[in-house]
Design a protein around this ligand. Structure first.
Ligand SMILES: Cc1cc2nc3c(=O)[nH]c(=O)nc-3n(C[C@H](O)[C@H](O)[C@H](O)COP(=O)(O)OP(=O)(O)OC[C@H]3O[C@@H](n4cnc5c(N)ncnc54)[C@H](O)[C@@H]3O)c2cc1C
Length: 155
């Protein structure tokens, strides 16, 4: 027996990284309603971030739209939003501007680097986990290169 749209279990997946996307692909075209929520509208291929940081690739080369990746099946909804909290008792997640109820929740929000209580180190050793991180690193590398070339050119 098929579930009616209202009766279908609602699976909410937070995060469209490798973890979240893999879960969504497994549930695609199945008899469940799936909502994928990410604070960016793209899936980021993190292993190539260093190529963006070193100006070998541009940001668009390593970012693919989540909607396009998951567009094959009708049971899939993608929402661009930042999840702020989870109310486990009420089975609801809260984003900056809405509440979304769920039957099953998959949290695949990844991780950030840690400075083990020494956040002042971040200025000297910035992280490389997002496109913003890679662009900032590229800016710094290009600035260093520019000042080295200037120094070499001066007598
Ligand atoms: C520079 C670099 C190189 C790497 N190289 C390799 C490699 O060569 N081989 C390898 O196997 N692995 C590599 N990794 C590791 C690999 O990329 C990670 O293990 C993988 O991306 C983790 O996937 P994830 O889905 O757990 O998290 P992520 O890919 O980090 O995805 C988490 C997603 O959740 C979203 N999110 C987070 N918080 C919220 C929130 N509150 N609300 C809404 N959305 C949210 C984020 O926007 C993101 O899209 C590398 C990682 C880095 C940073």
């Amino acid at each position: 027996m098929q579930n009616t749209p209202e009766k279908k279990p609602h699976v909410v997946i937070v995060g469209a990284g490798f973890g979240g996307l893999e879960a969504a692909k497994k549930l695609a075209c199945k008899d469940v309603r799936v909502t994928v929520i990410d604070r960016t509208n793209y899936h980021l291929f993190q292993p190539l971030l260093y190529q963006v940081a070193t100006a070998a690739l541009s940001p668009a080369d390593i970012a693919a739209p989540v909607r396009a990746i998951l567009s094959k099946c009708k049971n899939m909804e993608v929402i661009l939003a930042e999840v702020r909290s989870v109310d486990v008792a009420a089975k609801k997640i809260k984003t900056t501007d809405m509440e979304i109820p769920y039957d099953f929740l998959i949290l695949a929000t990844g991780a950030r680097h840690s400075y083990f209580g020494h956040n002042e180190w971040e200025k000297l050793a910035p992280g490389l986990k997002s496109l913003e991180d890679a662009i900032e690193l590229r800016r710094r590398l290009l600035m260093v290169r520019k000042s080295l070339m200037k120094r070499r050119a001066s007598p």
